[in-house]
Design a protein around this ligand. Structure first.
Ligand SMILES: Cc1cc2nc3c(=O)[nH]c(=O)nc-3n(C[C@H](O)[C@H](O)[C@H](O)COP(=O)(O)OP(=O)(O)OC[C@H]3O[C@@H](n4cnc5c(N)ncnc54)[C@H](O)[C@@H]3O)c2cc1C
Length: 286
């Protein structure tokens, strides 16, 4: 007879604890998308909270539910954190009804980070589809400070020009030496930039594949297209990192909701190497 207790003990003692936080600012980004700056109520949590670029929190609104949301602020910024959120359902709609001063409960951080520590001297191409850029802004802020000689390139695609995220920050990113390129599926009257897909930007980019790392976040089909385009450019599969989005509930690999083949996206992801998930990405509905 098995002696395994159920439910099993949480991975870390604090993983289940949701800390109260207040909204200190709200910024409208694109239609339906806002960035919420949060400060934890408890001074010790506020001072001690740390995360790595690519990780996420579970945002909890009592009586409504929890949602997994990427951390979009600079990991080295202290005192507040930020989440960029699209209102699409129960939790995110309720969040959109809150004002500055509103209370949110935060569990986290969870998940695997972007491999920022492993890119010294390498070119990093950040490829983002729509809101995917939210999970990469923390990495961009860190890479803006890099002094190791590697290039940082951001390729950001959106359906329409008003879906391009963080446009007010591009000038600062460029001033820090980052090459920022945008593309939209469908232009409007004022749009003078490129029309097409982010894979087109990648195809036109001058890169040396073996010395390049790809960080990609967006819809699954887009990420598969980007990964295959990168492989064709000579980038190694283990240097292609995708951030996967799956419905999740516990965030600590117990409930199984986010199971993706042998992986739990909440624990083994969201950032996973392409060589580990390429086969799974081709399985419909997984
Ligand atoms: C690691 C990770 C990071 C993420 N980061 C972000 C982020 O930075 N920003 C962000 O905005 N989102 C992010 N997401 C996505 C976010 O977690 C989901 O959109 C989440 O479902 C939102 O919760 P909700 O309660 O607001 O929406 P839900 O109520 O869960 O609804 C989500 C979607 O499901 C549909 N839906 C709801 N109920 C039903 C039903 N009964 N039948 C059919 N369809 C239904 C809704 O119409 C909607 O399209 C992330 C997800 C993951 C896994």
């Amino acid at each position: 007879m098995s002696t395994t207790a159920w439910p099993p003990a949480p991975a870390a003692s604090d993983s289940w604890r949701a800390h109260p936080a207040r909204i200190v600012s709200i910024l409208d980004e694109t239609p339906g998308v806002r960035t919420y700056e949060l400060a934890f109520d408890e001074p010790a949590v506020r001072a001690g909270y740390r995360f790595a670029a690519g990780q996420f929190n579970m945002l909890y609104l009592p009586g409504i539910g929890e949602a997994a949301i990427s951390l979009s602020s600079d990991p080295e910024h202290r005192g507040t954190i930020a989440h960029t959120v699209r209102a699409v359902g129960n939790v995110t709609d309720a969040l959109a009804r809150l004002a500055v001063g509103g209370q949110v409960f935060v569990r986290g951080p969870f998940g695997t980070p972007w491999p920022i520590d492993a890119v010294a001297g390498r070119d990093v191409v950040i490829v983002a589809g729509g809101l995917g850029l939210a999970s990469q802004r923390a990495a961009i802020r860190q890479l803006a400070r890099r002094t190791d000689g590697g290039r940082t390139i951001v390729l950001h695609g959106a359906k329409r020009p008003d879906g391009l995220l963080y446009t007010a920050e591009y000038a600062g990113w460029r001033a820090a030496g980052i090459d920022v390129q945008t593309v939209v599926n469908e232009g409007d009257r004022g749009w003078q930039g490129r029309v097409g897909l982010v894979t087109h930007l990648l195809a036109d980019l001058a890169i040396h594949g073996p010395a390049t790392t790809i960080l990609c976040c967006g819809p699954d089909a887009m990420m598969t297209g980007v990964a295959e385009a990168a492989l064709r450019r000579g980038v190694a599969a283990e240097s292609i990192h995708l951030s996967l989005e799956r419905n999740m509930a516990c965030a600590v690999a117990h409930c199984g909701l986010c199971q993706f083949g042998p992986h739990f996206v909440c624990r083994d992801g969201p950032v996973l190497r392409y060589d580990r998930v390429a086969g799974l990405m081709r399985v419909p509905q997984l």
